[in-house]
Design a protein around this ligand. Structure first.
Ligand code: NAD
Ligand code: DAU
Length: 335
């Protein structure tokens, strides 16, 4: 049997990935290794608890002993665990360097020690920096990370490639654009805006709102990571994107329309320091070499995502409690 160690499986993308893999591959056992930080939520995977092919281990990827203990019997590693929010990395980069860089090093060492067959590093298009009005990120685009978050992810990517080159570890790196879908922590644009609007609260648009992001449904990303794991060539990088560029302000208007809310709920706030202007992805390599392509049309995926948040008020309420609101106001109140 294939036993896959999925790190960060209680987060947004990791939990969607664990559910996807268990549902589509009856020959796989998943060990979900997660520290349960503020972003990790056991409630994201209640439906797979009790599945004999699923094991949860609470542990920190920077804890060498805990990682080594979890690695016994593991054949493959898919590394999602990270500090993932750009704004938090601007407030305090410490946890980003620790988890994203040192955590990756600890995992790579354990993967070598335990003879792991394949290692997948789940990374981000943000390592490429920012685009002007035209052009796309390819796998050949030089790395130019601009935020502490993306710098920590770029460092981790380079470490993975160094281990692949030096020690012959079978390793691939995936770089994806902005994900949306169910179970996303309500600090990122789409879940924050949807959950605020459902309560008739304002939505904070940074700067002029004309920054552009490429949006991809989380399940399309999960299928991409799976394809890179199964068929990716060691040492290669694969970009994934949704071919769906949207300016933040246009996306905000779309959300207001879909939820039937007035434009007066838009609150223009100070810009994010060092804000990347535009991301856009060339994913032809993944299409050509992995037979992958994004399948979920944005408007369909967005409607379904809104419906999911509407149907899961208890999930939101458990997160958006007094502590969350106090933290959020303290950190981001001025912007
Ligand atoms: P998330 O913040 O929702 O989840 C992160 C998970 O990692 C949580 O369950 C958390 O508990 C866990 N974690 C954090 N630190 C840990 C540690 N030290 N040890 C063990 N577990 C720890 O993140 P996400 O949005 O699901 O992103 C997952 C991965 O995908 C990240 O590596 C991120 O860089 C990458 N990525 C995200 C996006 C996106 O749009 N969200 C796009 C491209 C790539
Ligand atoms: O591109 C992939 C990356 O996408 C991932 O690597 C990151 O983990 C993920 O968080 C995401 O990063 P962004 O910074 O692009 O996502 P976020 O949802 O935080 O912001 C999206 C855009 O919306 C960005 O231009 C900032 C803006 N924004 C965000 C928030 C939270 C606002 O205008 N207001 C907000 O309140």
């Amino acid at each position: 049997m294939t036993t896959v160690l999925v790190t960060g499986g209680c987060g947004f993308i990791g939990s969607n990935f664990v559910r996807h893999l268990l549902a589509t591959d009856p020959a796989v056992h998943v060990v979900n290794f997660d520290a349960l930080t503020y972003a990790g939520n056991l409630a994201n995977l209640t439906d797979v608890e009790g599945n004999p092919r699923y094991t949860f281990v609470k542990g920190d990827v920077t804890d060498r002993d805990a990682v080594r203990a979890a690695m016994k019997g593991v054949t493959d590693v898919i590394h999602f665990a990270a500090e993932s929010h750009v704004d938090r990395s601007i407030q305090d980069s410490g946890p980003f360097l620790k988890t994203n860089v040192i955590g990756t090093q600890v995992l790579l060492d354990a993967a070598r020690e335990f003879g792991v067959k394949k290692y997948v590093q789940v990374s981000t298009d943000e390592v490429y920096g920012s685009l002007g009005d035209t052009g796309l990120f390819t796998e050949e685009t030089p790395l130019h990370p601009n935020s502490p978050y993306s710098a920590s992810k770029a460092a981790a990517d380079l470490l993975v490639q160094a281990y692949q080159h030096t020690f012959g570890l079978h390793a691939v790196v995936t770089r994806c654009s902005n994900n949306y879908g169910p179970f996303q922590f309500p600090e990122k644009l789409i879940p924050l805006f949807v959950t605020n609007l459902l309560n008739d609260q304002q939505v904070p648009v940074y700067g002029d709102g004309m920054q552009v992001r490429d949006w991809i449904h989380v399940l399309d990303h999960c299928r991409g990571v799976e394809a890179a794991w199964r068929s990716g060539k060691s040492g290669e990088v694969y970009n994934f994107g949704g071919k769906c560029e949207k300016a933040n302000l246009h996306l905000t208007h779309l959300l207001l329309d879909l939820l039937g809310k007035p434009k007066s709920l838009i609150k223009y706030v100070a810009d994010r320091p060092g804000h990347d202007r535009r991301y856009a992805i060339d994913c032809t390599k993944a299409e050509r070499e992995l037979g992958w392509q994004p399948l979920v049309p944005f408007e369909t995926g967005l409607r379904e995502t809104i419906e999911w948040y509407q149907a899961n008020a208890a999930w939101i309420a458990a997160i958006k409690n007094k502590d969350y609101l106090a933290y959020y106001e303290k950190q981001y109140g001025g912007r």
